[in-house]
Ligand binder design. Sequence first.
Ligand code: NI
Length: 385
Amino acid sequence: MKNEKLQIQLENEFQWFHSHPELSYEEYKTTERIRKLLEEHSIEILDLPLKTGLVAVIRGAHPGPTIALRSDIDALPVQEETSLEWKSKEEGKMHACGHDFHLTTLYGTGLLLKKREKELHGTVKLIFQPAEESSLGALQIVESGVLNDVSAIFGIHSSSKFPVGTLGLLEGSLMAAVDRFQITLKGFGTHAASPHQGKDPIVAAAALIGALQTIVSRNLNPFSPGLLSVTHISAGNTWNVIPENAFLEGTVRTSSAADREFFEKRVKEITDSIARAYEMEAEVNWIAGPPAVDNDGEWIAFAREIAAETGMKAEPGKPSLGGEDFAFYQELVKGAFIQVGTGKTYPNHHPKFQVNPEALSLAAEYLSVLGEKALLKLLERGGSQ
Ligand code: NI
């Protein structure tokens, strides 16, 4: 069912995007190129106050609802180690998470939907979102108001766990809510030979790190995925001084809003209690990232139907405690985040990660059919909103 002409067209573009990776919030050339490609095909681009990234729109000839299809466009600070002809031309930057694949697929989807303009019942917005790797890029799109009239949203992610032609579809929490915490224990510095005259923040930090682990092992329902990792600790700078402060930070990953709230409360309570036990003060800085990706059951079932219709194989999606800012959209609009098999290879973010470009036209066709039929499904449900 592969569309050869589209495949060649997309492969060329994919290679260009792959060799010109740009980091979060710096996607200027990428955005310029996407804009040029869309304009060449007379696809309308919305006038939004975005420095990078853009939103295009395809207006069907028939009235109907509005849906959105989303791709991210940024790369990672990774030195590429593949031997691809089209490998990164930028030192220390690489499309190691397949966002070049997502954006080229969405471009292809735009081309296909543009050709179907006269048959479409409603409007499809194509979101080329910046800065996914910062985990906050989606908020810029949300703030632009683009989702205000959108009734359903779909996003794709390349997956090195599935072969080309296979999709991973999972209802519910596919990816985790991502939070970061920073803790400062404020002790009292002293000579290492006179511990009784100080308040040692290192001993308190050691107790705290152990105690924090009990949130997962003793408080969290074992059937609910979640984790807490302390990933950075610093205190002191020599051997014979007990330092004044200890600093530690880390991340919490949860799969439900309730667990997320509970972890924050528990981290603060435990820190506070340990600090008191060791006669010192503590400060907790909680930095909230995106919530958990929460795939709507009906839309996942629909995505499975479309897979069967378009000759794609659907398997259960592979959940992870990684984060994805697509979840910010799902807080406002129901939808599905779909894993697209791009060939088994090194995992995402690895310097040898690769996408098999064969997946491009298949994914573009799948997404265009999904988009067109999602409009009809919403129409059937009633209301042209
Ligand atoms: Ni990614």
